[in-house]
Design a protein around this ligand. Sequence first.
Ligand SMILES: Nc1ncnc2c1ncn2[C@@H]1O[C@H](COP(=O)(O)OP(=O)(O)OP(=O)(O)O)[C@@H](O)[C@H]1O
Ligand SMILES: [Mg+2]
Length: 492
Amino acid sequence: MTVVTHFQTTSIAQATLRGRHLQLAHQVRHTFERIGIEHRNDDGIVFTPRVKRIAWTPDGDIALIELDESRLWHIPSTRLTNPDTLRKLRRTIGQPIAVLETDHTGQRLPGIWYVVSFAPQPPLPESLRLTLEVIQHINADGLLVPVGQFKHTPGITYRTLDQLGHVLIGSATQRGKTSLLNAWIGALAARNTPDRYQLIIIDAKATTLHRWRGLRHLKQYATTLDEALNTLTAIEVLADQHFAAIRAARLDNWHDFNARGDHPLPAIHVVVDELPDFVFQSGGPTGEFATLLARLAGKVLGAGVFLTIAGTQMGSDVLPPLLRANMITRIAFQTSDRYKSLAVLNEVGAEKLPAIKGRALWRDAERPTQLIETQMVYLDGEDVDAIVALNGPSGAESQSTQAAAFVPTIAGVRPELAQDIARWVVTTGQTDVRSVWAEFRGKGLARNKAIGLLNEWEAVGLLGAQETARDPRPVLQPFRDRLGLGSENDSA
Ligand SMILES: Nc1ncnc2c1ncn2[C@@H]1O[C@H](COP(=O)(O)OP(=O)(O)OP(=O)(O)O)[C@@H](O)[C@H]1O
Ligand SMILES: [Mg+2]
């Protein structure tokens, strides 16, 4: 019995390996032929690069491919190793592939070597819902945006607004565009005060993003063409103001300006949903709306103004070329055909995505040569409402909602309870575990959660460190600011 089992497993593995082996050699050669990497000698004989040998790790997870040097004459090695060639190889082989330049001792390898991974990859999740709690646990720069889970990369990938630049999102209807916009807005609004992040929404449908209307970060919400045009003009003025401040500080851009630390300029996030509606209403890609938007896209990034544009049609009948050229990050959920995929990504592929909501192809400046299959994050309507409730508009009648500005919490402590505790801690100055627990145990706060919460607030710079284990932690100014409680002197 044992012998048979053993025999069977090895023979299956070897057959698989032999199959892969032949297929790989063929795929590599076929790719070179297809993209015309070849040398024709004086007698008109064509030399296409071929595989000299392939070596496998014993588990069959990694293949090393060496090209036959005798057929590489007159073919520049960069043609064989540039990102475009690698992308095409990857697409034919269907596995991650890279150029191997050095051996394990760091010695440069002679010739051309590729390394291909066949290691089994965990499948992407079918859904990646952000919740208020998840957002509050993002312990990093407030302008970091959760993107989704990349294939072959564990965990959620994040990008800063700066890294994203302007973003173009396209797909058939009901695929997850607006839900992704909600997730990004939510993650940014919940973790930033309006002096760091401001939102402008241009949305022809006026139904999908309307839940954000009460958000205190929202500067404008345009739903008619007139409003949209006025808004775009206002954004240009705003960008000019930012540039003036940046120039006055003798700096080049928003990023450098804010890196100095004091008096940062807010990031202005301009979200345009249902883009084609306004483009068509105002005369197509050469009309006023598209032209204004294209001009903005070309100049405002350096001022900290970031465009995120979504719609079902992104063809040349909608997007002027200048606008398309300035959209750095591209996201396509499933499209109805390959032409719609081309319109968003400049490549086909999104039409073949599985019919899973939130599944997309992603490309950005961080990995410009790769289209990455990704399960994008999304935020449900009720979570949008929760974030708006915690970040309501400023103004006298809504003082209490404004005061309930976002405070980080930990697993097991409801955000509302964390807000209450925060207000109590800041107003009474009692920051020791015992007092906090005594005050809030009746509301369901466990002692270890009280410890965890105070540690968390210390970790994110809201409370100072204890001098000794018995001393209270000082309440720091950012904590007062978040709760709208003014400075220590004001309240004294
Ligand atoms: N990432 C996701 N995971 C799971 N479900 C999702 C995801 N994104 C969206 N959905 C669900 O799919 C539905 C449609 O999503 P959404 O409104 O974002 O699509 P859309 O692409 O903006 O559509 P339209 O073009 O019609 O505006 C929503 O009801 C949402 O609950
Ligand atoms: Mg939508």
